[in-house]
Structure formats: C-alpha cells, structure tokens
Design a protein around this ligand. Structure first.
Ligand SMILES: [Zn+2]
Length: 677
C-alpha cells in the first residue's frame, strides 16, 4: 500500500471520528448525514481496495459483518456492585445520617445524577483502544458483548488525547445502555406488524437488543449509552466523582450532563424532586436519581457491604400516575373464552416511556367495586413493566353524564351467550367455534413453550383465521405453500420457512403437544407429568376420572378438565387429523424407568460439554427429578460445568453436594460413563 493511500485512510478516519464526536457526544453536528455517509463510503471503498489497511478501531468496523455464535463469559476486574434503594425523603435522610456517622465529623458533599433505566455495562480500554465490553451479569462475570456495543456510535473505539489530558493505560468505564422512546416505539410497531411479542418497556428492549447474536440487527435498534463511573483505571488519579465526570466528558465519552454537586442532603433532595417533575421532558426513561458521596477518599473510607457500596444510594421515583378520561370499556375474549374488560382512554403520551391508550381492569367485580363508569376521569398507573392499571376513579369530577357498564351477556365476537361458572369471577364465551378463542388457541398452540412454530405469531394467525384457511389447530398441518403465498407480507422465503417450522414441530416431545392442546388447567408442568405417566395421547384420552386423579399432582379439577377435553367430539376429530398429518402422538420414556431421580433436585451452573443446559434439565425431569435455577438448602446436587457462576459459591457455602459433568453422566445413565467419556 502506498504511503499516500495510507495517509488518506488515516485522514478520513480522523475526520469521521471528529464528526462522530460532534454528533454523538457534543450534540453539535457540523455536516449533514449525507455528507457523513459519503465520508464513510469513501473510507469503506479505500479499505476494500487495500485489504491490509483495515484495523479494528476503524469506524467501518462498528458493524463487523459476521454474526457471533453466542457470548463468551468475561470476569470483571473489579466487582460490579448493585445499589441500595430509597423511596422517600426519610429514607434518603437516614442514608445521610449513616454517611455522617461513618465519616466521623468530616465535611462531605454529594454528586447527584440521573438514574438511567437501562442496562449496566463495563467497557475496557487498553492504550486508548476499546477492547472489550460486557454486561454486569452476576457482578463478578458478565457476557462479552463487545461486537454489539461497537455498534453504538457514541462509544469511542479509540480515545483521542485532548488538550493535554492523558488517558490511563488500562481502564474500565461503566455506563448504562438505554433506548430512546422514539426507537422503542418504532421497534414495537415493527414487531407488532411481524406478529412478534412486543417489548414491555425501553429497558427490556435495550437488554433484548444487546443479547442479539447479529450485530447488524443491533445496529438498527438505535441504542445509546451514558457513561457514569469507572471500574478501575491504571495510572490515573481522580479525586472525586465530579472530577471524574468532567474528565470522562473530556476523553470523549457520552456523559449525561444533568448532574449536580450538592453541599448537603437537603440540596440533594431538592434536586431529586426537581427531576421527578422534569423527567417527562426526557426522551428516555429514568427511574430515579443516584446520590453519591463526591470524594473518592471518603468513598473508600465508607467502603461497601457484600452487596452494595455504603457511599451511594438510589432515590427511586414512585410509579408514574396520570389522570385521563375513560372513553370506553371493551370486552376481549381470551383463549379459554374468558371475557376481560379493557379500559380505553384518551391517549396518554409517555406514561413510563410508552404511549398507552388502554389499561387492564382485571375483572368485572373490580369494575363494580371501584364503581368505574364510562366517561369517568380515572387515575392510571404503570407499575413495573406490565400493562397500566386503573387505580382509582376521580369521583369529584363526575358530571352525572357517566354511564355504568353492565356485565356482558353475550360474547362480543360470536354473539353467543356468556356464562359465569359457579365460584368464578370470570365470564366466559362457551362457544368452542368462537373465532376469538380460535385465534388465541392457535397462538398458544404455536407458542415457544408449546409447539414452537416460528413465524406463526399473532398477525399470521389473524390472517389465517380471517381468511378461513385454519379452523382448528390441526388445519395448520394441512396448509399448502400456495395458500401461504396469498397472505399479506408473505414472500417465497418466509412461506418456505413457515412450512419448515410446521414440519419440524411434528416431531416435538409429547409434553409439548399436550401443553399445546390448550386443555384448561393443564400448564407446562402438568403436561410433562401426564406425558411421563401415559406416554401417548391415545392412552391419556382413555383414562377414567379416577385414573387421572390417581396421578400425583393431578387434582379433581384438572382431571375433570382433561376428561371434558377428550370426551368432546370436536377434540376427538382434531386429534385424529393431527395424527393423520404425522404429528407425533406418543413417546417412549427415555432410559427406561422414569422415577430414578424422584425427589432429587438439581441445579446447573457453568457450561457443559456433552449436553445443552435445556437437554440436561429435561433429562433430570425425564427421570423424575426436578431441575431448579437457584441453589437452596434443599438442593441435592449442583452440577458444575466449566466456568461455574455464583451458584457454585453458594453451593459451597450451604454445603450442597457439587458434582461435575462426568459424575452427572453416571447418575443419569450408569451404563454409559458420561456422553463424551
Ligand atoms: Zn365467542
């Protein structure tokens, strides 16, 4: 490569970095997006023509083409602690009293920052180059998500020395990856179109995006980051949090500038209150403020508990509540025919980061209890990450024109009578041919924990039912390629993929099929129990009530529900057609006797070589044991693979027996010492 070309490449890179910085960090772009793209294209071409010239820090490498195959685990150099929470002024003052006492009369100050509702990450820089990014994980170890973090434009790939500021040779900075409301809404809109499950809130969307295996998809998610602290910095000397934030900014990191140094807790509280009101103006979510003792010397003096630092605390805001007008109450029909009331109200922009126009009213009794009427002003609250709830009615604002809402007498979809069973709060549509129920049934049937048919989500089911291509779930297996092509947004390739997914689901395990049938009260666990006990749909369908109640964990209500399902002529016909289509209706118990591990509980940690985690857990269940995700005193075995996590430590502490993969292999199958010897 000629020197001239090399220089040109270097100049272009510097130019692009400068504009990245102006755009993403300083918020003052000097060129248009088009001009920026032109620079990038030019650089891409030069690098392509001179293959030896590409370096990992080049701006063209933000999306390094190839998808990664899972995430490696990395150990954090310094533990990533979590934070204690306070929820009101008194609790925050108590925190201040502890700080005061522990500092024994020294003067101290606080720095108060916004608590971004995102995903905590650690970024490692060596000699100014971004080399590694990881999630917090359990605080000791996290996932290596470097490739995905590189797609975030505001993360500098190289640090540029500025005005005499030197950067530490090795350092790890920490921050919060988040998603703006706008990006969040766009993604959910796209997901809705594709019939996929929506993200509950921007934080979940950010976390989900960081876990994607294809960085090209991550790049489209519009993630961003705020850096707020460091894990370690070799050879660097900062005296305080305030100084650190200023320095991070100068180094080219994106720092949220809404922080403030506060002389005492009173001032800190005032600042927290100010932001509680102002948070709505932000284009991203915060769930509170973070209050930190400013001086690093004092931070060290205060130290930390096993869980969290003593010099820092979160001041959490209460769930957001808004007042709005209830326009209507609609009736939704669920999978089992349950009619649920849904409140429709005037659009509330950005309640906890999402635009909402409907809320759950739980059930009909609640409408009565709260005396909710159409036209009422109501208070809605978004608690956690679920659908907003109507908390109360503002009765003082009633005009007299509000309308009471009667209990539905008919199903809004099929217009057949709705009934309330004795002892139940719910009203149901009892028409087995009700299209609303059919749709919900199909969505359940194809869902991940049931038959796991990818591509058969809500939007697809809507179309299939509306076009009368599917009248029950057996019909799925008789769909033709050409029929799929008549659907909206369905090309050759996606139709092909769907056909393959449907075909593959035929050989699913029996417990999945039993769960997929949607028998009332038969959840994933009971389905598993039934599959193990009866080994086939045929046998299960022939059991008398007594035989069913004789099965451990199957009570009279469940048994009756199973009987009802199999004695229904409609179900019988559907099952026959499923079998005819080639869906696997029976299954031998693997490894003979199925109760060998009865009463034994297993917890897995670390990576196994011979099994996937899911397979190993299924194996334990197949043999009558239970597989749990957390270690407790009642755990019998902890199976430790490579790089075991915190569960390993906990097992040691509790004295739980720890075995390796080989020993596990011997326990589950003594004739075969491990699957790979
Ligand atoms: Zn109906």
């Amino acid at each position: 490569m000629k020197n001239e070309v090399r220089e040109q490449i270097e100049r272009l890179r510097e130019e692009i970095r400068r504009h990245d910085r102006l755009y993403y960090i300083e918020n003052s772009p000097k060129i248009t997006d088009r001009e920026y793209d032109a620079f990038l294209k030019k650089l891409e071409k030069l690098e392509k023509d001179n293959p030896g010239s590409i370096t990992p820090d080049s701006p063209t490498q933000r999306v390094a083409g190839a998808p990664v195959g899972g995430f490696a685990v990395v150990e954090h150099k310094a533990r990533m602690l979590s934070m204690d929470n306070t929820y009101n002024h008194d609790e925050l003052r108590e925190f201040d009293a502890r700080v005061k006492k522990n500092l024994g009369g020294e003067k101290y100050e606080y720095v108060v920052e916004l608590k971004i509702d995102g995903v905590s990450v650690a970024l490692t820089y060596e000699n100014g180059n971004f080399v590694r990014g990881a999630t917090r994980g359990d605080g000791l170890k996290g996932d290596d998500i470097t490739v995905n973090l590189k797609t975030i434009r505001s993360i500098p790939l190289v640090l540029e020395p500025q005005k005499g500021i030197e950067f530490p040779k090795f350092m790890e900075v920490r921050g919060e990856v988040y998603m703006r409301h706008k990006s969040f809404e766009k993604i959910n809109k796209d997901k809705e179109k594709a019939g996929e499950e929506l993200f509950a809130n921007p934080r979940n969307a950010a976390a989900g995006s960081l876990k994607l295996l294809d960085p090209r998809t991550v790049a489209k998610r519009g993630l961003d980051i705020f850096i707020h602290s460091f894990g370690y910095a070799e050879g660097a000397h900062f005296d305080s949090q305030y100084e650190l934030l200023e320095r991070l900014k100068a180094l080219g990191f994106r720092v949220n500038t809404n922080y403030k140094k506060c002389g005492d807790i009173g001032e800190a509280l005032k600042f927290c209150d100010t932001w509680e009101k102002k948070r709505e103006e932000l284009e991203y979510d915060i769930d509170g403020m973070v209050v930190k003792v400013d001086s690093f010397a004092q931070q060290r003096k205060l130290g930390e508990t096993s869980k969290s630092p003593r010099w820092m605390i979160a001041y959490k805001y209460p769930a957001e509540r808004v007042e709005t007008k209830l326009l209507d109450i609609k009736v939704q029909v669920g999978r089992t025919g349950v009619l649920t009331p849904v409140a429709v109200f005037e659009l509330v922009p950005e309640l906890a980061g999402t635009t909402v126009s409907s809320a759950s009213l739980h059930n009909w009794d609640e409408i009565k209890r709260k005396d909710v009427r159409i036209g009422d002003m109501v208070i809605i609250e978004k608690a956690g990450e679920i659908i907003p709830q109507v908390v109360e009615v503002v009765k003082s604002k009633r005009t007299g024109k509000e309308k009471k809402f009667g209990i539905p007498k008919i199903c809004p979809i099929c217009k057949k009578p709705a009934k309330r069973e004795e002892g139940e709060v719910a009203f149901r549509c009892e028409n087995v041919f009700c299209p609303a129920q059919l749709k919900e049934n199909l969505i359940h049937f194809a869902s991940r924990s049931a038959m796991d048919i990818e591509g058969l989500g809500e939007a697809m089911v809507d179309q299939l039912v509306d076009k009368k291509l599917v009248k029950d779930y057996a019909d799925i297996y008789y769909l033709k390629f050409d029929q799929l092509l008549t659907l909206d947004r369905m090309g050759d390739r996606s139709a092909q993929n769907l056909m393959v997914a449907i075909e593959n689901s035929k050989s699913n395990r029996l417990n999945r099929l039993i769960f997929a049938l949607g028998i009332r009260h038969v959840g994933e666990h009971i389905a598993d129990v039934l599959a193990k006990r009866f080994h086939s749909i045929d046998k299960l369908s022939q059991q008398a009530l007594d035989d069913l109640t004789g099965v451990q964990e199957v009570g009279p209500v469940v048994a009756e529900s199973i009987r009802d399902f199999f004695s229904n002529p409609v179900s019988k016909k559907v099952l026959e057609r499923l079998a005819k289509a080639g869906v696997k209706m029976e299954e031998e118990t693997p490894f003979g006797a199925s109760s060998k591990l009865a009463g034994k509980s297993f917890v897995f940690t670390g990576e196994l070589n011979g099994f996937s985690r899911t397979d190993a857990e299924q194996l334990v269940r197949d043999l009558g044991g239970t597989a749990s995700s957390s270690v407790g005193k009642k755990t019998d075995f902890v199976v430790a693979g490579e790089n075991p996590g915190s569960k390993y430590e906990k097992a040691k502490k509790l004295g739980v027996k720890i075995i390796d993969e080989k020993e596990f292999g011997i326990i589950v199958n003594p004739n075969q010492p491990g699957r790979r010897g």
